[in-house]
Ligand binder design. Structure first.
Ligand code: 2P0
Length: 323
């Protein structure tokens, strides 16, 4: 059996940064995101009688990425065994390609594991609800739980495997304008940076406590369709995340001087009446949220800082072919 799935990255407005359980990937606080409509990952999974293989962007993946893929496929084989399926013994040939920059803060692990979970569940014949698929994707990479979801997602932190999953929420239509100031891989992975922050940053508990509060405020702002409030919460929360990360020992810096210049530029846009708010993940690239009609004006203001992409809310992970 074989299946092909497609998934898009997501950008969090309320960020996930810190785990309560490293093995099960249970976050210390919930988060909220928009799934993008570009930079998809397409992944095919074909069952074989041999061991697992993993090709990424046209070349055989390195040992670390292959081991992470096999560990994930082991979870799918466990589900197949629980369902009494003989695919529980199968190997898989996984072929994946990213349309966006890999490991440069555009969440390629989120689209990657969301596509892999969707394709692998089908190829192994495991029938899962959307909640179960979100839980499965979470085990590959936490933020992948959110890329299962159309448009806007909340990831409930939960306290166990069964209670930690993402689901859709409604939010006002908005655009994201990303500024890629550097498309090379970051020096400290999100996974390592998160652990270092939890273990060494004295502000970690305050970060988790305020994230819980911010998520509740964000959900209320989304329900009220209050774009201004959503933007204000997003920008403040992004600064808090980088502050708690910066306070790790040894210090970790994901933002570059150009990133700070873009934050300044976004403040200047607001002062002239162009309502935009900025956020940034574990890398130097900045993502600006605005109303859809303002996206072209926002993009024009930051074009000098790097490669610009404009996104709308996009689809959740979905199958594109089954054989
Ligand atoms: C987020 N990030 O909420 C935050 C903001 C990066 C900065 O989720 O260890 O790759 O695989 O669960 O999902 C990146 O973390 O980490 C991330 P793992 P993941 O989008």
């Amino acid at each position: 059996m074989a299946a092909v799935a497609r998934a898009h990255p997501n950008i969090a407005l309320v960020k996930y940064w810190g785990k309560a359980d490293d093995e099960l990937i249970i976050p210390a606080a919930g988060s909220m995101s928009m799934t993008l409509d570009k930079f998809a990952t397409t992944t095919s999974v074909a069952l074989t009688s041999g061991s697992d293989t993993f090709e990424l962007n046209g070349t055989t993946a390195d040992a670390k990425a292959t081991a992470r893929t096999t560990a994930f496929l082991d979870l799918v084989r466990d589900l197949a065994a629980q369902a009494g399926l003989d695919t529980a013994q199968a190997g898989a040939q996984v072929v994946s390609s990213n349309e966006g920059p890999t490991a440069a803060g555009m969440a390629s692990s989120a689209s990657g594991f969301a596509a892999l979970a969707t394709a692998a569940a089908t190829a192994f014949g495991v029938e899962l609800s959307s909640r179960q698929l979100s839980r499965l994707a979470r085990r590959g990479s936490g933020s992948a739980s959110r890329s299962l979801i159309d448009r806007f997602a909340v990831w409930h932190a939960g306290t166990s495997d069964a209670t930690s999953y993402a689901e859709p929420i409604s939010a006002p239509d908005m655009a994201m304008v990303s500024v890629t100031v550097n498309a090379t891989a970051k020096k400290v992975s999100s996974r390592d940076g998160m652990t270092a922050t939890r273990d060494t940053s004295p502000y970690y508990q305050a970060w988790i406590d305020t994230t819980v509060t911010t998520l509740n405020e964000m959900l209320a702002a989304c329900a009220a369709e209050d774009f201004t409030r959503i933007g204000q919460l997003t920008e403040t929360h992004a600064h808090r995340m980088h502050a708690v990360i910066n306070a790790s020992h040894p210090p970790i810096r994901y933002l570059a001087p150009e990133s700070w210049q873009i934050f300044e530029e976004v403040t200047a846009m607001r002062q002239m009446g162009l309502e935009a708010y900025a956020t940034a993940d574990a890398g130097p690239n900045v993502v600006i949220i605005c109303r859809p009609d303002d996206a072209a004006a926002v993009a024009a203001r930051v074009g000098a800082y790097g490669q610009i992409n404009t996104f709308s809310p996009g689809p959740g992970a979905h199958l594109v072919d089954v054989a």
